[in-house]
Write a protein that binds this ligand. Sequence first.
Ligand code: SF4
Ligand code: SF4
Length: 92
Amino acid sequence: MINFDDSKCTGCGMCANVCPQGAVKIKEGKAFMSDYESCMECGACRVNCEFGAVDLTKGTGCLVAIIREDILKIRPKGAGCGCGTGSGTVCC
Ligand code: SF4
Ligand code: SF4
């Protein structure tokens, strides 16, 4: 489950840009989930939000993104959730 904190969201659009499913949209300067059904919980929106405005309840998506950020404390630079680093295979 994805939740956006309107008090932190600047409407920069990065989460919408990196979402591989096109599930995030920007409306009136704030991000929102436009399609919960297509979200695969990859974590890309959360990892790439510089403002900490995305809360993601971990599900069955890309565990690599979760491990990198929550356990290894590594925030990948640039777009994408960070999965596939070194393997050549990415999910987004
Ligand atoms: S990346 Fe963060 S601050 Fe930017 S639009 Fe998305 S939720 Fe808002
Ligand atoms: S978790 Fe992934 S699929 Fe779901 S909204 Fe964020 S970027 Fe899109």
